[in-house]
Design a protein around this ligand. Sequence first.
Ligand code: ATP
Length: 205
Amino acid sequence: MTPPTDIKTIGVFGGTFDPIHNGHLAIAEFVRLKLSLDRVIFVVANDQWLRKYPPEASATDRFKMVELAVKNRTYFSASNVDIVRHGHTYTIDTLRDLHAQLGDSVVMKLIIGTDAANSFHQWKCVEEIQSFATVVVVGRPAIRVNSPLLGSDLDIDIQMEYLEGPMVDVSATMIRNFNKCHKQIEKLTTQAVTDYIKTKGLYLE
Ligand code: ATP
Protein backbone atom coordinates (compact mmCIF):
# COMPACT_ATOMS: atom_id res chain seq x y z
CA MET A 1 0.00 0.00 0.00
CA THR A 2 1.37 3.43 -0.93
CA PRO A 3 1.61 5.71 2.11
CA PRO A 4 -0.97 8.48 1.71
CA THR A 5 0.55 11.94 1.91
CA ASP A 6 -2.38 14.10 2.97
CA ILE A 7 -4.12 11.85 5.47
CA LYS A 8 -4.34 12.73 9.14
CA THR A 9 -6.96 10.56 10.87
CA ILE A 10 -7.54 7.00 9.78
CA GLY A 11 -10.14 4.45 10.79
CA VAL A 12 -8.68 0.96 11.06
CA PHE A 13 -11.40 -1.64 10.58
CA GLY A 14 -10.21 -5.22 10.91
CA GLY A 15 -12.29 -8.28 10.23
CA THR A 16 -12.45 -11.72 8.73
CA PHE A 17 -14.82 -10.33 6.08
CA ASP A 18 -16.07 -13.79 5.11
CA PRO A 19 -17.61 -11.98 3.22
CA ILE A 20 -17.72 -8.19 3.67
CA HIS A 21 -21.34 -6.99 3.96
CA ASN A 22 -23.56 -3.93 4.18
CA GLY A 23 -23.25 -3.79 7.97
CA HIS A 24 -19.47 -3.37 7.68
CA LEU A 25 -19.83 -0.68 5.02
CA ALA A 26 -22.55 1.17 6.95
CA ILE A 27 -20.65 1.36 10.23
CA ALA A 28 -17.42 2.38 8.48
CA GLU A 29 -19.23 5.24 6.73
CA PHE A 30 -21.02 6.19 9.94
CA VAL A 31 -17.78 6.42 11.93
CA ARG A 32 -16.00 8.20 9.09
CA LEU A 33 -18.60 10.96 9.06
CA LYS A 34 -19.07 11.11 12.83
CA LEU A 35 -15.34 11.38 13.61
CA SER A 36 -14.33 13.22 10.41
CA LEU A 37 -11.94 10.47 9.38
CA ASP A 38 -9.88 11.02 6.26
CA ARG A 39 -10.07 7.35 5.37
CA VAL A 40 -11.17 3.96 6.65
CA ILE A 41 -8.82 1.07 5.95
CA PHE A 42 -10.46 -2.36 5.89
CA VAL A 43 -7.81 -4.81 7.09
CA VAL A 44 -8.52 -8.41 6.16
CA ALA A 45 -7.50 -10.85 8.89
CA ASN A 46 -5.44 -13.85 7.94
CA ASP A 47 -6.46 -16.00 10.90
CA GLN A 48 -8.42 -14.42 13.76
CA TRP A 49 -7.05 -16.31 16.74
CA LEU A 50 -10.23 -15.85 18.85
CA ARG A 51 -12.55 -17.13 16.13
CA LYS A 52 -14.11 -20.50 16.93
CA TYR A 53 -14.10 -21.80 13.36
CA PRO A 54 -11.88 -21.06 10.34
CA PRO A 55 -13.09 -18.81 7.52
CA GLU A 56 -14.84 -20.61 4.65
CA ALA A 57 -13.33 -18.47 1.90
CA SER A 58 -9.59 -18.18 1.38
CA ALA A 59 -7.75 -15.05 2.46
CA THR A 60 -7.25 -14.23 -1.22
CA ASP A 61 -11.00 -14.39 -1.93
CA ARG A 62 -11.90 -12.45 1.22
CA PHE A 63 -9.40 -9.72 0.33
CA LYS A 64 -10.64 -9.61 -3.27
CA MET A 65 -14.23 -9.15 -2.06
CA VAL A 66 -13.19 -6.28 0.22
CA GLU A 67 -11.34 -4.67 -2.70
CA LEU A 68 -14.48 -4.98 -4.84
CA ALA A 69 -16.68 -3.52 -2.10
CA VAL A 70 -14.48 -0.47 -1.49
CA LYS A 71 -13.67 0.18 -5.13
CA ASN A 72 -15.03 3.58 -6.21
CA ARG A 73 -15.52 4.62 -2.56
CA THR A 74 -13.02 7.43 -2.23
CA TYR A 75 -12.64 7.28 1.53
CA PHE A 76 -12.30 3.50 1.86
CA SER A 77 -9.34 1.27 1.06
CA ALA A 78 -8.32 -2.35 1.62
CA SER A 79 -5.16 -3.61 3.30
CA ASN A 80 -3.66 -7.10 3.12
CA VAL A 81 -1.07 -6.36 5.79
CA ASP A 82 -2.31 -9.22 8.02
CA ILE A 83 -2.42 -11.70 5.15
CA VAL A 84 1.12 -10.85 4.06
CA ARG A 85 2.36 -11.37 7.64
CA HIS A 86 0.80 -14.87 7.71
CA GLY A 87 -0.10 -16.82 10.84
CA HIS A 88 -2.49 -15.71 13.59
CA THR A 89 -3.76 -12.17 13.26
CA TYR A 90 -3.25 -10.00 16.31
CA THR A 91 -4.49 -6.40 16.17
CA ILE A 92 -1.34 -5.14 17.86
CA ASP A 93 0.68 -6.38 14.85
CA THR A 94 -1.82 -4.78 12.46
CA LEU A 95 -1.43 -1.42 14.20
CA ARG A 96 2.36 -1.67 14.39
CA ASP A 97 2.55 -2.43 10.66
CA LEU A 98 0.11 0.32 9.68
CA HIS A 99 1.93 2.79 11.90
CA ALA A 100 5.20 1.87 10.16
CA GLN A 101 3.55 2.36 6.76
CA LEU A 102 1.65 5.55 7.54
CA GLY A 103 4.06 7.38 9.83
CA ASP A 104 3.87 9.28 13.12
CA SER A 105 1.62 12.08 11.87
CA VAL A 106 -1.34 9.75 11.34
CA VAL A 107 -3.85 9.29 14.15
CA MET A 108 -5.49 5.86 14.16
CA LYS A 109 -9.00 4.99 15.37
CA LEU A 110 -9.64 1.28 15.78
CA ILE A 111 -13.23 0.45 14.78
CA ILE A 112 -14.82 -2.63 16.34
CA GLY A 113 -18.34 -3.99 16.80
CA THR A 114 -19.85 -4.81 20.18
CA ASP A 115 -19.09 -8.54 19.90
CA ALA A 116 -15.42 -7.74 19.37
CA ALA A 117 -15.53 -5.19 22.20
CA ASN A 118 -16.80 -7.84 24.60
CA SER A 119 -13.68 -9.95 24.05
CA PHE A 120 -11.28 -7.00 23.88
CA HIS A 121 -9.84 -7.66 27.35
CA GLN A 122 -8.55 -11.02 26.01
CA TRP A 123 -6.66 -9.48 23.08
CA LYS A 124 -2.87 -9.52 22.99
CA CYS A 125 -1.18 -6.33 24.29
CA VAL A 126 -4.35 -4.40 25.13
CA GLU A 127 -2.44 -1.47 26.64
CA GLU A 128 -0.16 -1.17 23.62
CA ILE A 129 -3.13 -1.35 21.23
CA GLN A 130 -4.57 1.65 23.07
CA SER A 131 -1.29 3.53 22.79
CA PHE A 132 -1.47 3.19 19.00
CA ALA A 133 -5.19 3.83 18.52
CA THR A 134 -8.36 5.07 20.18
CA VAL A 135 -10.84 2.19 20.32
CA VAL A 136 -14.22 3.09 18.83
CA VAL A 137 -17.03 0.62 19.48
CA VAL A 138 -20.06 0.66 17.20
CA GLY A 139 -23.37 -0.87 18.23
CA ARG A 140 -24.54 -4.14 16.72
CA PRO A 141 -28.15 -5.34 16.87
CA ALA A 142 -28.84 -7.71 19.79
CA ILE A 143 -25.29 -7.49 21.16
CA ARG A 144 -24.81 -5.17 24.11
CA VAL A 145 -21.38 -3.94 25.03
CA ASN A 146 -20.16 -5.08 28.42
CA SER A 147 -16.46 -4.70 27.89
CA PRO A 148 -15.88 -1.67 30.14
CA LEU A 149 -17.45 -3.67 32.99
CA LEU A 150 -15.33 -6.68 32.22
CA GLY A 151 -12.30 -4.45 32.00
CA SER A 152 -12.91 -2.93 35.40
CA ASP A 153 -12.88 -6.41 36.94
CA LEU A 154 -9.43 -6.95 35.50
CA ASP A 155 -6.19 -5.19 36.07
CA ILE A 156 -6.37 -3.51 32.67
CA ASP A 157 -7.31 0.06 31.85
CA ILE A 158 -9.72 -0.12 28.91
CA GLN A 159 -10.97 3.12 27.36
CA MET A 160 -13.52 2.87 24.58
CA GLU A 161 -15.58 5.43 22.75
CA TYR A 162 -19.08 4.04 22.10
CA LEU A 163 -21.17 5.09 19.10
CA GLU A 164 -24.64 3.64 18.61
CA GLY A 165 -24.32 3.64 14.81
CA PRO A 166 -26.80 2.57 12.14
CA MET A 167 -27.59 -0.85 13.70
CA VAL A 168 -27.68 -2.87 10.49
CA ASP A 169 -28.81 -6.42 11.20
CA VAL A 170 -26.52 -8.28 8.79
CA SER A 171 -23.69 -10.71 9.46
CA ALA A 172 -21.30 -12.68 7.28
CA THR A 173 -22.80 -15.84 8.79
CA MET A 174 -26.20 -14.79 7.46
CA ILE A 175 -24.80 -14.38 3.94
CA ARG A 176 -23.02 -17.76 4.03
CA ASN A 177 -26.17 -19.49 5.32
CA PHE A 178 -28.49 -17.73 2.87
CA ASN A 179 -26.27 -18.63 -0.06
CA LYS A 180 -26.15 -22.30 0.98
CA CYS A 181 -29.97 -22.33 0.99
CA HIS A 182 -30.08 -20.49 -2.34
CA LYS A 183 -31.75 -17.51 -0.69
CA GLN A 184 -31.03 -14.07 -2.13
CA ILE A 185 -27.96 -12.30 -0.78
CA GLU A 186 -28.10 -9.25 -3.06
CA LYS A 187 -29.54 -6.98 -0.37
CA LEU A 188 -26.93 -7.99 2.22
CA THR A 189 -23.76 -7.00 0.38
CA THR A 190 -22.73 -5.12 -2.76
CA GLN A 191 -23.57 -6.33 -6.27
CA ALA A 192 -19.88 -6.82 -7.09
CA VAL A 193 -19.39 -9.01 -4.01
CA THR A 194 -22.56 -10.98 -4.80
CA ASP A 195 -21.32 -11.55 -8.37
CA TYR A 196 -17.93 -12.68 -7.05
CA ILE A 197 -19.54 -15.17 -4.64
CA LYS A 198 -21.70 -16.60 -7.43
CA THR A 199 -18.91 -16.73 -10.02
CA LYS A 200 -16.43 -18.40 -7.67
CA GLY A 201 -19.04 -20.73 -6.19
CA LEU A 202 -18.29 -19.62 -2.61
CA TYR A 203 -20.40 -20.52 0.42
CA LEU A 204 -22.08 -23.61 -0.97
CA GLU A 205 -22.46 -26.95 0.80
P1 ATP B 1 -19.36 -13.72 11.14
O1 ATP B 1 -20.86 -13.70 11.02
O2 ATP B 1 -18.68 -14.66 10.20
O3 ATP B 1 -18.91 -13.89 12.58
P2 ATP B 1 -19.24 -10.80 11.06
O4 ATP B 1 -20.46 -10.39 10.31
O5 ATP B 1 -19.26 -10.63 12.54
O6 ATP B 1 -18.82 -12.28 10.67
P3 ATP B 1 -16.50 -9.94 10.91
O7 ATP B 1 -15.68 -9.80 9.68
O8 ATP B 1 -16.19 -11.04 11.83
O9 ATP B 1 -18.04 -10.00 10.43
O10 ATP B 1 -16.52 -8.57 11.70
C1 ATP B 1 -15.53 -7.59 11.62
C2 ATP B 1 -15.89 -6.46 12.56
O11 ATP B 1 -17.12 -5.87 12.17
C3 ATP B 1 -16.10 -6.90 14.02
O12 ATP B 1 -15.57 -5.89 14.86
C4 ATP B 1 -17.60 -6.98 14.15
O13 ATP B 1 -18.03 -6.75 15.48
C5 ATP B 1 -18.05 -5.85 13.23
N1 ATP B 1 -19.37 -6.06 12.65
C6 ATP B 1 -19.73 -7.03 11.78
N2 ATP B 1 -21.01 -6.89 11.41
C7 ATP B 1 -21.50 -5.81 12.07
C8 ATP B 1 -22.79 -5.15 12.12
N3 ATP B 1 -23.84 -5.60 11.42
N4 ATP B 1 -22.90 -4.07 12.92
C9 ATP B 1 -21.85 -3.63 13.65
N5 ATP B 1 -20.61 -4.19 13.64
C10 ATP B 1 -20.43 -5.26 12.87
